[in-house]
Design a protein around this ligand. Structure first.
Ligand code: SAH
Ligand code: F3S
Length: 448
C-alpha cells in the first residue's frame, strides 16, 4: 500500500480522545501518516460512541456524507472503531458503508484490519480481554502540538452494570493499568509540554492494582487514593484531574488525598442520575439519595473549595412526576456547579432495554430535561457568584473563541475563566482576579 494516510474523527466522550491518541501512536509506529484533512486521507477511522442514541445518529449522518466521498474518490477505506454496539455493526454491514470494525480491545490490530480490508478480505483476531494499552506512549503530532491538557485512561471497561448503560457490553470488564506505567506516561506527557492530565475511568474510585514487586505499600495493593498520592508527588508541576467518580465507591481516603495536594484539582464529577430511590434501584445504581447527600456533605467538609458536577438522566423507565420532583429537590439541596443532562434512550442489549418498559413519553422526557437544565443554569450562576472578587489560579489553555484578545483557561474547580491577554503564553499558570460572571464563565483580569 502506497498511500498510508489516515484521519481519525471522534464521537462521544473524553475516553475517546485518549483512545484516539493510542490509535495514533499504534499507526504512526507502523508507518502510517496522520492526515490533517479528512478529504485527503485514504483511511478514515470513526471513533464511535454508543452510550446515547444521539451519538449513534451523528455517526449515521457522518457515514451518509462519506458515501459521496467514497463514490468520488474510490480508494478510501472507512473503519468504525471503539464503542459500537452489535446492532450498529449489523446496520452498517447491511448497508455496505463500512470496510472494517475494530472494537476497543483490538486497537493493536488496526494495521492488520487495514491491510486485510485493502486486500478485500476480512481479518479475524483473537481479542485480548484484559487489554489496558499501558505500554503505549503518546506521540506528539501537528494536531496536538499546542495542547497542554491530556487525557489518560487508568481503568478500562466497567463492572457496575447500571441497567441503562451499554458500556460494560462495548468496553468489557473493568481492569486497571499498572501504576508504574501511569507515572511513566504522566512524566512523558510533562516532558512533551503537557501541564495537566485527567485520569480517566468509568469509575476511577474502583482503580485497584495488585501485584508482586510493587513500588509502594507492603500489601502490594495500590488503590485510587494511593495512585493519586503517588502521582501528586511524582509530577508536582502538573495539575491532576480525574473523572468519573462513582458515588458508590468514593471514599474519605480519596477526599483526604485530594485536600492534601495542591496539584490535585478541586473538582469532583459525581453522576447522580436521579434523586429518587425508586429510580436509582431500577437503574441498579448501588447508592441511595441519602448516601449520595451524605457523600456531598463529606466532600464539602474535607475539601470546602471543591466544585461538584453531575450527570442526570430524565425519563428513565417508570419515572413519574414525584420521582422527577425528587431529582429537582436533590439539585436544590446540592446546587451543583455544573452538570450534564440527558433524556433516557434505551440501548440495545442492556437490562433496561430487555426487561423494563420505556414508558415515559418523549414529550415528558424532554419537558423534564428542560426543567432540570433551566434549574442547573440558575444554580451555576449562584455558584459562580462565590468566585466574584477572588484571585484564582488559572492554567492558560488557549485563545478565547469569542474574543481573540482574551485568554481562556480553567481554575482548579474546572470552571472556565477568560481574561484580556497580556504577553502571557499557553501553558502558563497565572493569577486572575474575577471581576464578572455568567452562568458558564468567570471573567477577570490578570494580576501580577
Ligand atoms: N461511568 C459514569 C457514566 C458513563 S456514561 C457513571 O458512573 O455514571 C455518561 C453518562 O451518560 C451517564 O452518566 C448517563 O447520565 C448518560 N447515559 C448513559 N446511558 C444512557 C442512556 N441509555 N440514555 C441516556 N443517557 C445515558
Ligand atoms: Fe455505565 Fe454505570 Fe459503568 S453508567 S460506565 S455501567 S458505572
Amino acid at each position: 500500500m502506497k498511500d498510508k494516510s489516515f484521519y481519525i474523527e471522534n464521537y462521544g466522550c473524553q475516553m475517546n480522545i485518549s483512545d484516539s491518541n493510542i490509535i495514533n501512536s499504534i499507526l504512526l509506529k507502523n508507518g502510517f501518516v496522520l492526515s490533517e484533512n479528512l478529504e485527503k486521507a485514504s483511511i478514515i477511522l470513526l471513533n464511535s460512541c454508543s452510550i446515547r442514541e444521539k451519538a449513534e445518529l451523528t455517526l449515521k449522518k457522518k457515514l451518509e456524507q462519506l458515501k459521496f466521498l467514497k463514490k468520488k474518490k474510490k480508494k478510501i477505506w472507512i473503519g468504525i472503531i471503539g464503542c459500537f454496539s452489535k446492532e450498529i455493526k449489523k446496520f452498517f454491514l447491511k448497508k455496505k458503508m463500512v470496510d472494517f470494525f475494530v472494537d476497543s480491545n483490538s486497537y493493536r490490530e488496526i494495521p492488520n484490519f487495514i491491510h486485510y480490508s485493502i486486500m478485500g478480505k476480512e481479518y479475524f483476531n483473537f481479542t485480548k480481554k484484559n487489554e489496558t494499552y499501558s505500554d503505549i506512549s503518546f506521540i506528539k503530532t501537528k494536531q496536538n502540538d499546542k495542547k497542554i491538557s491530556a487525557f489518560l485512561s487508568i481503568t478500562r471497561g466497567c463492572n457496575n452494570m447500571c441497567t441503562f448503560c451499554i458500556v460494560p457490553f462495548t468496553r468489557g470488564r473493568e481492569r486497571s493499568s499498572d501504576p508504574y506505567s501511569i507515572i511513566k506516561e504522566c512524566e512523558h506527557l510533562y516532558h512533551n509540554g503537557y501541564k495537566e492530565v485527567t485520569l480517566l475511568g468509568q469509575n476511577v474510585d474502583s482503580y485497584i492494582w495488585k501485584k508482586e514487586n510493587m513500588i509502594q505499600d507492603q500489601k502490594n495493593i495500590v488503590d485510587f487514593s494511593h495512585l493519586l498520592d503517588l502521582l501528586a508527588q511524582k509530577i508536582p508541576f502538573m495539575r491532576i484531574r480525574f473523572s468519573t467518580s462513582n458515588p458508590h465507591d468514593m471514599s474519605d481516603k480519596v477526599l483526604k488525598v485530594i485536600s492534601k495536594h495542591k496539584n490535585i484539582c478541586k473538582h469532583i464529577h459525581l453522576p447522580v442520575q436521579s434523586g429518587s430511590n425508586k429510580i436509582l434501584k431500577l437503574m441498579n445504581r448501588k447508592y441511595t439519595r441519602e448516601k449520595y447527600l451524605f457523600l456531598v456533605k463529606q466532600i464539602r467538609n474535607i475539601i470546602p473549595e471543591c466544585s461538584i458536577s453531575h450527570d442526570i438522566m430524565t425519563g428513565f423507565c417508570h419515572e413519574n412526576e414525584k420521582d422527577h420532583q425528587e431529582t429537582i429537590s436533590l439539585m436544590n439541596e446540592i446546587k451543583y456547579n455544573y452538570g450534564y443532562m440527558f433524556s433516557y434512550s434505551p440501548r440495545p442489549g442492556t437490562y433496561a432495554y430487555r426487561k423494563l418498559e420505556d414508558n415515559v413519553p418523549i414529550n415528558i422526557k424532554k419537558r423534564r430535561l428542560q426543567e432540570i437544565i433551566d434549574l442547573q443554569n440558575q444554580h451555576s450562576f449562584y455558584r459562580m457568584q462565590e468566585h466574584l472578587g477572588k484571585i484564582e489560579e488559572v492554567l492558560i489553555e488557549g485563545e478565547s473563541k469569542r474574543n481573540k484578545q482574551h485568554w481562556y483557561g480553567r481554575n482548579t474547580q474546572n470552571l472556565i475563566v477568560v481574561f484580556p491577554k497580556k504577553s502571557l503564553n499557553i501553558g502558563d499558570l497565572v493569577h486572575v482576579e474575577i471581576t464578572d460572571i455568567t452562568s458558564a464563565t468567570l471573567i477577570g483580569k490578570h494580576c501580577k
